[in-house]
Design a protein around this ligand. Sequence first.
Ligand SMILES: NC(=O)C1=CN([C@@H]2O[C@H](COP(=O)(O)OP(=O)(O)OC[C@H]3O[C@@H](n4cnc5c(N)ncnc54)[C@H](O)[C@@H]3O)[C@@H](O)[C@H]2O)C=CC1
Ligand SMILES: CC(=O)C(=O)O
Ligand SMILES: [Mg+2]
Length: 557
Amino acid sequence: MGEKNVPTPATPGVLADPFLDRGTAFTQAERDALGLTGRLPSGVLTLEQQAERAYRQIEGQGSDWAKNVGLEQLHDRNETLYFKVLTDHLVELLPIVYDPTVGEAIEKYSHEYRRPRGAFLSIDRPEEMEKTFATFRLGPQDVDLIVCTDAEEILGIGDWGVGGIQIAVGKLAVYTAAAGIDPRRVLAVSLDVGTDRKSLLNDPLYIGNRHPRVRGADYDAFIEKYLRTASSMFPDALLHFEDFGPGNARRILEKYAGTYRIFNDDVQGTGAITLAAALSAVKVSGVPMRDQRLVVFGAGTAGVGIADQLRDAMIRDGASPEQATAQVWLIDKQGLLTRDMDDLRDYQRPYARDRAEVAGWAADGGAISLATTVREAKPTILLGTSTVHGAFTREVVEAMAEGTERPIVFPISNPTSRIEAMPADVIAWSKGKALVAVGIPVPPVEFGGVTYEIGQANNALLYPGLGLGTIVSGASRVTAGMLLAAAQAVADQVDVSTPGASLLPPVENLRQSSAITATAVVGAAVNEGVASHKPDDPGRAVRDAMWEPVYTDGPAS
Ligand SMILES: NC(=O)C1=CN([C@@H]2O[C@H](COP(=O)(O)OP(=O)(O)OC[C@H]3O[C@@H](n4cnc5c(N)ncnc54)[C@H](O)[C@@H]3O)[C@@H](O)[C@H]2O)C=CC1
Ligand SMILES: CC(=O)C(=O)O
Ligand SMILES: [Mg+2]
């Protein structure tokens, strides 16, 4: 990480700069020096007192949505105070600034718009890209991380056009709160290529590009220009891609992963956090990883990203590549995917089954359902990445429990309105046998005298540490080895020996957990030969790099 920004000699405008504003924490002497004499009430508070007041204001809001608005307003006023409140109340406030409430913020973006945050790059004016980045007045070494989205597949709620900027903002808030990524050294980017959502196109208050999504050569050229411009202006930045559609997410990653320092969170981050949960679950079930049988319901960006990482884990555990691939069944809108289908995506194809092999599975020779696939294939792991609320019915979960002693069930679609099944149901229907993790935070489940802690298989438990490790090591690429190290580091933090134990570390410990993950990632980056910094003590380098929400840069004068 380079030099921190030094507060400049301030003007009354300091109160309008969220990185410099300390509001009522400015001492009288600072107020005089900054030209703020008499511009604030007389009292001088500590950061802790300000945080207490701000937290009470947020707590007093009537809905999660109102809390999100209150927090974003604080974010716009005073970054340090915002992150102090968020970090001190991470378990309670992460679901407000991030998943699931961020989904609501995205849907309401144009109507609830107050202030811009981030960079808005328009496909209608690609020539403005460089000029836009220049307005941030950040030098080549001043940016560690850029999160971009084209908002085609936001969480599980689909295309939200320019409102998608809020997922980039939310992801960045998690990076800082969970892993201490310096908030002055990050950018959120909306790649506004239009929207196919009719309600937005017809809404007079919609503030994004009012035309259908641009696709094809112009889209590809825009993405390439973004990668070229961002990485040449900010060569140290990790370029995080979030919530692209199934036709683009993986294609862009595969095309550019060898050239740029890019990371696709939905493919790679989700794959790694789910692998971590699976590594924990396998310890409990006793079925070795090489023998796992995986059914993926919803074979899109996340589903196949996870399938790939689990298949690779089976191979590392001794399965042959052919055997591991044959232990994966993908189900999408067409039912079980078979090779004879002519509408398969290229990334689905390796897992598509031979039609002859499953010929007897569907009575009428038509689509093969989830329930049938579970009964016939007898999977040990059932993954939900479909956005179909309630798809894991009692019938499906009971079939899982009939086919294997400790079924692993991961309904990880977000937000809550899209989840395939709630953990309480999965645990009850499987008579307490299922090993469950979900994408959203949920309370523990009581069943048969056991308390089941439900791990949150959300990439937010992994990507902050992965990003921090990438930044600290100055890695030129995010490699498979770094992802695996992150997944293993997360899994290693869990003790599954108690019945009902969570498969993943608790969000309470996310900052500490991210530091451990980051340290492992630094080690992997060094081993894989992509690191440009090779700290003697990676743990210390990671801890030293973590930004803390305190007023430490000396008096702002
Ligand atoms: N927990 C986590 O960390 C993450 C969770 N997700 C969640 O996974 C879900 C999918 O996200 P993406 O993979 O990015 O979207 P995607 O659009 O790439 O994939 C969804 C897939 O589900 C399929 N699908 C839709 N309806 C279906 C049906 N009735 N039956 C079977 N398949 C159906 C779609 O055709 C598509 O292939 C979302 O809800 C998202 O929030 C995504 C990334 C991370
Ligand atoms: C968590 C996340 O990245 C998603 O649901 O898309
Ligand atoms: Mg996502």
